[in-house]
Design a protein around this ligand. Structure first.
Ligand code: FES
Length: 290
């Protein structure tokens, strides 16, 4: 179930102080790569467990008490209600503190925030997912959403890459998608090892080789800036217009609700107007960064 009723979202946001997090409990920790972990969590409050909804692509502010708060996309799918998930690369104070947590630890959660992917506009389209590294986190939420409503969408291509086989995230998803005859998965690494039997090459090159048709298609791209910078021109070469390319920006968010001004790029607030944007919306704003 996704949020279709705006008043429902407002009700969550209106529960007193909007900066006050809900208490959640870590239920499972999955080591994705040596520096990346996925945390499954759920709310302590039984009522919230039952009522909480979100959309693929939305994010939350997650806090480690006594340390601080950081934004992460919700990497689980709203079509799978058994748990909520977020995926964290260890890079700083809060992320290091999150990586030190064990199952049963309590964290804070504020959200969901942002717009999410325009899932209704994707119905009836051919979908091309292009992801690199931990950039698969927001996309996997959408991929599972699509797979769980498979009849609503046409062809689904997933192109995913990482620096090495050890850096591939969500290997359990990749195994499932490889076996799923309703989606086409292309996995690649920049550099293989003795055991690697798959593709070797950068994501944009593999995308160019797969050459999905732009006709009736939408491409959803998420990954490191350098991958995105080289992916958009390939999509343009394949005939995708900037309106047919979506991406998600998740940096610089602090308050998450359009108040602090930390996340602006030009006149847009990533937290409030995004984090999901079409390339048409941001191509002039982020050209220096992507
Ligand atoms: S994070 Fe505060 S305005 Fe966007």
């Amino acid at each position: 179930m996704t949020i279709t009723d705006i008043s429902q979202r407002k009700r969550f946001l209106a529960q007193g102080n909007v900066y006050l997090p809900h208490i959640a409990v870590i239920e499972r920790i999955i080591d994705e790569t040596p520096g990346i972990r996925t945390f499954h969590f759920n709310f302590k409050d039984e009522r919230l467990r039952g009522e909480f909804t979100f959309e693929s692509g939305q994010f939350g502010e997650f806090s480690v008490f006594g340390v601080g708060e950081a934004p992460f996309c919700i990497s689980s799918s709203p079509t799978r209600q058994d748990h909520l998930g977020f995926t964290v690369q260890r890079v700083g104070r809060v992320t290091n503190a999150l990586h030190r947590l064990a199952v049963g630890a309590e964290i804070g959660f504020r959200g969901p925030y942002g717009n999410g992917f325009p899932i209704n506009n994707l119905e009836g389209k051919n979908l091309v997912f292009v992801a690199g590294g931990i950039g698969l986190a927001p996309l996997r939420s959408l991929v599972w959403n699509v797979i769980d409503n498979r009849a609503k969408y046409r062809n689904v291509d997933i192109i995913y890459g990482a620096r090495s086989p050890a850096d591939l995230c969500f290997k359990y998803d990749l195994d499932s998608w490889q076996k799923d005859k309703t989606v086409n998965l292309f996995t690649t690494v920049d550099k293989g090892d003795d055991k690697w039997k798959g593709k070797v090459g950068f994501v944009p090159q593999v995308l160019e080789g797969v050459a999905p048709s732009a006709d009736g298609a939408v491409a959803v791209v998420c990954g490191p800036p350098i991958m995105i910078r080289f992916t958009f021109p390939v999509l343009e070469k394949l005939g995708f217009t900037p309106e047919q390319m979506l991406t998600t920006l998740e940096k610089r968010m602090k308050c998450g609700i359009g108040k602090c001004g930390r996340c602006n790029i030009g006149n847009i607030y990533v937290c409030r107007d995004g984090p999901v944007f079409s390339y048409a919306q941001i191509m002039n704003l982020v050209s220096s960064e992507y």
